[in-house]
Design a protein around this ligand. Structure first.
Ligand code: NDP
Ligand code: GDR
Length: 352
């Protein structure tokens, strides 16, 4: 009998990679998607076939983490063996603009899903994965950051995820649920959301290379992140739910790089010189008049409170799950750049 998985956030970067992995493993996969005024299923298009066709194993359902009745009904209908809670308002900077919504979807949304499992009496049968984050570490307490490092959230997003982390631990301890937190450090790929810094850079560099954009505007270039590939990280999520005991694990590469390094490597990929500039306008008043590519600082992209340095220690995941990342930093940049260069060449516009 095929195992049945329910993925919230199935239309997101990780949801799409995870759905693909689980389908490859023979699962029946149910995904929750939000109603949207335009198509939001681009990342899973290649996995999806009409449910009237034969041997369909991927099903999509409308839903939202802010709607408890919807979640109860879907969990009851799907009867999942494994639930992966990936849905979230996942943009840190946006969470400063929409703090209440972020708390509702990312914090209370996790509680609603856990309660759905409990109300339906499935706490001993359904395994639960919570998409926790290295943003929990926030203000640096120690490096590298590991499962025992104290948390110090620095954004409404991180504070909401802190609640979600602890309510997952609490349901494990209170009700004996197989509920695990994956504390995942940044992971990217060609389908990364366009407003996260890595994808913003690779799209802009591709457009600049094609001559359709002059300038790249960024915020804090000195922020350092432990960047891996999303494809590798969804494997770790699955491994957590295959363990006899539920537990919490860091997934990271154990390497850190600055935003500036990411920019440099991306421009090196297309062999262009960069001119770093501060705020304001050029003497000419226009970006790009110098013939060189200008990277300019726009204070709009600075956060009220920043997370300066993330560097993870994945030794527990190595030892207990046998997990380690496969894609090196330079390879990640190369893959993202190649994909965006191809998109630009195919006439798909890249914006800033
Ligand atoms: P994305 O932003 O790409 O995807 C988020 C998904 O959640 C999308 O499918 C989105 O729908 C959906 N969603 C958002 N709000 C709601 C809601 N209220 N109800 C139902 N669905 C909703 O994120 P990632 O794939 O990058 O990340 C997956 C999870 O992992 C998130 O929880 C994120 O916070 C967490 N995480 C991510 C890391 C990373 O580096 N990528 C690192 C650590 C944790 P739609 O497509 O319609 O927008
Ligand atoms: P992050 O990712 O906040 O780490 O959260 P993001 O790519 O948004 O920022 C990384 C760092 O780059 C700096 N930065 C900029 N960021 C954006 N978005 N745009 C810019 O123009 C820019 N310039 C500099 C930021 O200040 C920051 O320091 C991601 C999300 O996927 C979360 O959901 C997840 O939990 C964490 O990673 C781990």
């Amino acid at each position: 009998m095929s195992k049945v998985a329910l993925i919230t956030g199935a239309t997101g970067q990780d949801g799409a990679y995870l759905a693909e992995l689980l389908l490859d493993k023979g699962y029946i996969v149910h995904g929750i998607k939000r109603r949207s005024s335009s198509f939001n299923t681009g990342r899973i298009e290649h996995l999806y076939s009409d449910r009237h066709e034969k041997d369909v194993r991927l099903f999509l359902h409308y839903g939202d983490l802010t709607d408890a009745t919807n979640l109860i009904r879907l969990v009851q209908h799907v009867q999942p063996d494994e639930i992966y809670n990936l849905a979230a308002q996942s943009h840190v900077q946006v969470s400063f603009e929409t703090p209440e919504y972020t708390a509702n979807s990312d914090g209370l949304g996790t509680l609603r899903l856990l309660e759905a499992i409990r109300i339906l009496g499935m706490e001993k049968t359904a395994r639960f994965y919570q998409a926790s984050t290295s943003e929990l570490y926030g203000k640096v307490q120690e490096t590298p950051q590991r499962e025992t490092t104290p948390f110090y959230p620095r954004s409404p997003y991180a504070a909401a995820k802190l609640y979600a982390y602890w309510i997952t631990v609490n349901y494990r301890e209170a009700y004996g649920m197989h509920a695990s937190n994956g504390i995942l450090f940044n992971h990217e790929g060609p389908t990364r959301g366009e407003t996260f810094v890595t994808r913003k850079i690779t799209r802009a560099v591709s457009a600049i290379h094609a001559g359709t954009q002059d300038c790249l505007y960024l915020g804090n270039l000195d922020a350092k992140r432990d960047w891996g590939h999303a494809r590798d990280y969804v494997e770790g999520m699955w491994l957590m739910l295959q363990q006899e005991q539920a537990d919490d694990y860091v997934l990271a590469t154990g390497e850190t790089h600055s935003v500036r390094e990411f920019v440099e490597l991306s421009f090196a990929h297309v062999g262009r010189p960069i001119e770093w500039r501060g705020e304001g306008v050029d003497e000419e008043g226009v970006c790009g008049k110098t013939g060189k590519t200008v990277v300019r600082i726009d204070p709009r992209y600075f956060r009220p409170t920043e997370v300066d340095l993330l560097l993870g220690d994945p030794s527990k995941a190595h030892a207990k799950l046998g997990w380690s990342h496969k894609t090196a930093f330079a390879e990640l940049v190369r893959e993202m750049m190649d994909a965006d260069l191809k998109a630009v060449a195919a006439g798909q516009t890249a914006g800033r």
